[in-house]
Write a protein that binds this ligand. Structure first.
Ligand SMILES: [Zn+2]
Length: 412
């Protein structure tokens, strides 16, 4: 089938423009007429809990919605929902993705409260907005009968947040690596940014164990919490560079059984991030040295070492590799053309998102908000307001079609 040169993947990055066929105009105007339907899908999806590693109920609901968009939909063994829109060729694939999971544990109240236009619920914006946009865009393309050149996969993926460690996106890149040409990740609200640089990060868990005992009768035995505190103070005094920006966070601490027991274990979760993989490696080494020294200090100062000693270890809970989208890439040109078309300005950002995985594998990828305004992500006070959603939907659709290409309409 002949291909429209302006929308084809072979277009140069120097003259980016949006291909404005009647079908594309029909898809864009479908959004204007169906904004309240999209809001309703966002509410429905948000009210289905999707705690880490428990995304399957929400996945089934998204599968049904994508099936209604005329797609062949399957759920892979990792739990990703994949809706397939065949292009002129299936040798090249582009993906539009939104993550299913939230950071909220089972039992969190996720009923959406409506106050005027404002919708409030944990997960309403991150990633209720992205999921609603994924479905809205699939539906608009279906209603407008757009046939892409490259096959488009509409994907609701698992495991983006926290200890999910991007496992959904890792599985997708593994499965489609050879054919995958670009990934557009929809995450949260807004149209003010485009993430083209993947922030490298590691999540580590420190575990210190000891014999444990009674606070009075066993006083003087080595105490894992003391060791953890000693080591943590050493670590937080580590100097990190402002450039390349490098950060650390002691995010979670636990251990002990009661106030009058010497604990037998203490745990600490640490998140470290950097614009440079080298700095990340240095910082992880600093954490290991600090914890080793803290445990050693505690052992040396304990009066009674007869009942056992402290052991420590550090496990890597997750790593997110770094990477960067080339400034002259087709995907970046498509995004900028879409921004121009809808009259949007967006700044380039570095962040840790699902786009890290394709970017680290040399595949073009960006992460963008799906429009509207949101706030309080990862808190119980999370909210979303749909004003401005239409621009976000159009921007994402046009960016996607810029990299998928649009097949020329059949002669009438
Ligand atoms: Zn998110």
């Amino acid at each position: 089938m002949p291909v429209r040169s302006a929308g084809a993947p072979h277009r140069t990055a120097h003259a980016p423009q949006v291909t404005e066929t009647p079908e594309v105009r029909a898809a864009l105007s479908w959004f204007s007429r169906n904004l309240s339907w999209i809001n309703d899908q966002q509410v429905r999806i948000t009210e289905i809990p999707a705690p880490p590693f428990q995304e399957s109920a929400r996945a089934e609901a998204v599968k049904a919605l994508l099936t209604d968009c005329g797609l062949r939909v399957s759920i892979d063994k990792t739990g990703n929902v994949i809706g397939d829109l065949p292009g002129v060729t299936d040798k090249e694939i582009v993906m539009l993705t939104a993550h299913l999971d939230t950071v909220f544990p089972p039992g969190t109240e996720v009923k959406v409260r409506r106050d005027g236009d404002r919708l409030s619920a944990p997960g309403i914006s991150d990633n209720g907005t992205g999921l609603a946009a994924l479905i809205g865009i699939a539906r608009a393309i279906h209603e407008a009968h757009i046939k892409p050149v490259r096959t488009i996969l509409f994907v609701a993926d698992v495991g983006e947040e926290g200890e999910g460690n991007l496992r959904g996106m890792r599985a997708l890149v593994d499965a489609y690596r050879a054919k995958l040409k670009a990934a557009v990740v929809l995450d949260g609200s807004g149209t003010d940014h485009v993430t083209t640089k993947a922030l490298a990060s590691r999540r580590l868990e420190v575990l210190i164990t000891g014999p444990g005992g009674h606070s009075w009768s066993d006083f003087g035995m080595p105490n894992p919490i003391n060791a953890l505190v000693r080591g943590s103070i050493r670590f937080i005094n580590t100097k990190v560079p402002a450039s390349p920006r490098t950060t650390f966070n002691l995010g979670q601490i636990e251990g002990g059984t009661s106030v009058n027991s010497i604990p037998y274990e203490a745990k600490l979760k640490v998140d470290i991030r950097s614009e440079s993989e080298d700095e990340l490696t240095k910082l992880e080494a600093a954490l290991r040295e600090s914890i080793a020294a803290g445990s050693r200090d505690e052992m040396e100062s304990s009066r009674d070492r007869s009942k056992g000693k402290l052991e420590w270890k550090i496990d890597v809970l997750g790593t997110r590799p770094g990477g960067e989208l080339a400034a002259n890439s087709q995907l970046f040109a498509s995004l900028r053309a879409a921004d121009d078309y809808v009259g949007n300005q967006s700044r380039v950002e570095r962040s840790s998102t699902d786009a890290n995985i394709p970017l680290a594998n040399g595949i073009e990828a960006i992460s963008i908000g799906a429009g509207g305004t949101g706030g309080g992500a990862h808190s119980l006070q999370e909210w979303y307001e749909p004003t401005g959603r239409e621009m976000g939907l159009k921007r994402a659709l046009l960016t996607l079609l810029g990299v998928s290409g649009i097949a020329e309409e059949k002669s009438k």
